[in-house]
Write a protein that binds this ligand. Structure first.
Ligand SMILES: [Zn+2]
Length: 296
């Protein structure tokens, strides 16, 4: 009995008594000892595990954070790339626009240059035409040779003195005796012929290109044969010499010694300059061609 331990358990059903042998007691002691030994170790293990876990967790967190940061960085990089791409596209558009503006400016410059050139050409052409007009109106009879009106025209008529039908080869101007007569174009005095018959005192000027003009029934001459006269120079005074019904100036224009209607030349001026070419029998084309060649 000495090495036995008695355990008594009371309950409503009665009292139970357990007898523990020495072996059993030792088993229990060992169990308790083992438990007491294991518990701190387990505690240590748990503590260690917690630490490890927390370390792992922190590492994981760090990793996650890093991952997140990396994600954000890559997102930012993508956004930057997008922005750069947009900037690049804008720059490219700007460059294209500038290029277009440069091309437009160049085209405008070319147009202006050609416009200038054509304006210059037109001006040169107009200047050349003006030179031709001035030259021809100086050299071929035009305008009135006297400051007076026409009294009788060119063509068939009844002669005022003889009363017979006769071709009138010139144009007559009203003129009191002594009225000034002027050269109708530049030329050389080829005839100065005093007379009391027919044309009376008569004067002829030879002009360029085969034209000549003559002035009849004069009172007196202001030039002599061989003189050079310019258009508008005073050459004579009107009279009543020769076969006349009264004082007047008889004016003729000839081309290659063929009489022309002087009225066409009297009416010729700067404004209707080209109309002269409609007079038939005169080689205007070659005359104008020659003048153009001379004035180049
Ligand atoms: Zn006449």
């Amino acid at each position: 009995m000495f090495n036995q331990t008695t355990i008594t358990i009371s309950s409503m059903k009665g009292v139970k008594t357990l007898y523990l042998s020495s072996f059993s007691k030792n088993v229990i002691k060992l169990f308790v000892a083992i438990t007491l030994l294991i518990y701190p170790a387990f505690g240590l293990y748990v503590s260690y595990s917690n630490e490890t876990f927390s370390r792992l967790s922190s590492t994981l967190n760090d990793t996650l954070n890093n991952g997140h940061e990396l994600y954000e960085t890559s997102e930012q990089l993508l956004a930057d790339k997008e922005e750069l791409y947009t900037d690049l596209t804008e720059k490219e558009l700007e460059v294209a626009e500038l290029k277009e503006q440069v091309e437009i400016a160049e085209a405008e410059r070319t147009i202006l240059a050609s416009k200038d050139a054509s304006e210059e050409a037109a001006k040169a052409l107009e200047a050349q035409r003006n030179r031709i007009i001035s030259y021809m109106l100086a050299n071929i009879p035009n305008g009135k040779p006297i400051n007076s009106n026409i009294s009788s025209g060119y063509g068939d008529r009844i002669h005022p003195v003889t009363g017979t039908k006769k071709m009138h080869r010139g144009t007559d101007f009203f003129a009191n005796v002594g009225t000034e007569v002027f050269a109708s174009a530049d030329g050389i005095i080829t005839e100065v012929r005093p007379s009391n018959r027919g044309s009376g005192n008569f004067l002829r000027i030879a002009h360029a290109y085969g034209f000549n003009s003559s002035y009849s029934h004069l009172k007196s001459f202001k030039v002599k044969k061989g003189d050079f006269v310019a258009k508008g120079d005073l050459i004579a005074l009107t009279g009543n010499s020769g076969l006349t019904s009264g004082p007047h100036l008889h004016y003729e224009v000839r081309y290659a010694n063929r009489d022309q209607n002087p009225k066409r030349f009297i009416d010729w001026n700067e404004e209707n300059f080209d109309d002269i070419k409609t007079i038939e029998g005169i080689p205007w084309l070659s005359i104008f061609g020659q003048v153009e060649k001379q004035l180049k």
